[in-house]
Write a protein that binds this ligand. Structure first.
Ligand code: ADP
Ligand code: MG
Length: 140
């Protein structure tokens, strides 16, 4: 398996509850290296553009409002098969379906307020990393 990079976001429900450190510990314990990280507050427009792929889904407005409601921590995780590994550590979208010990099983409040985002494939990972980070911010 190749070394990959993936885009992760610690969402407002988690930053509001001071869970950044606990979530980062789960990434690091799984062998994912946090190679870039910043805490930012998204505008509605920035959240809307990030989640554009979901624009037709009924929860899109609610999702954008939630993502713009408080600071998020955007980060780049690196490691062997990082994209799939991160999805494993995150757990299923709906915390009711998430495996024990995953971030969403332990911390998510609901299917919408589910604590973390993670890219789902190499092409989306590359696009999403470039949305938040410049090459100069990725020092490895
Ligand atoms: P994932 O984040 O696991 O990749 P999706 O890409 O399907 O999941 O959805 C993006 C985000 O939209 C989810 O993480 C969640 O915050 C929100 N979402 C997904 N499904 C619903 C739903 N049925 N109701 C409300 N919000 C949802
Ligand atoms: Mg997704």
């Amino acid at each position: 398996m190749a070394i990959e990079r993936t885009l992760s976001i610690i969402k407002p429900d988690a930053t509001n509850r001071n869970l950044t450190g606990k979530i980062n510990a789960k990434f690091e314990d799984a062998g994912l290296r946090i190679v870039a990280q910043k805490r930012i507050k998204l505008s509605m427009e920035q959240a809307g553009k990030f989640y554009e792929v979901h624009a037709a889904r009924p929860f899109y407005g609610e999702l954008c409002e939630f993502m713009a409601s408080a600071p998020v921590v955007v980060q780049v995780l690196e490691g062997e098969g990082a994209i799939a590994k991160n999805r494993e550590v995150m757990g299923a979208t709906n915390p009711k379906d998430a495996a024990a010990g995953t971030i969403r099983a332990d911390f998510a409040l609901s299917v919408g307020e589910n604590s973390v985002h993670g890219s789902d494939a190499p092409d989306t990972a590359a696009q999403e990393i470039a949305y938040f980070f410049s090459g100069l911010e990725l020092v490895g």
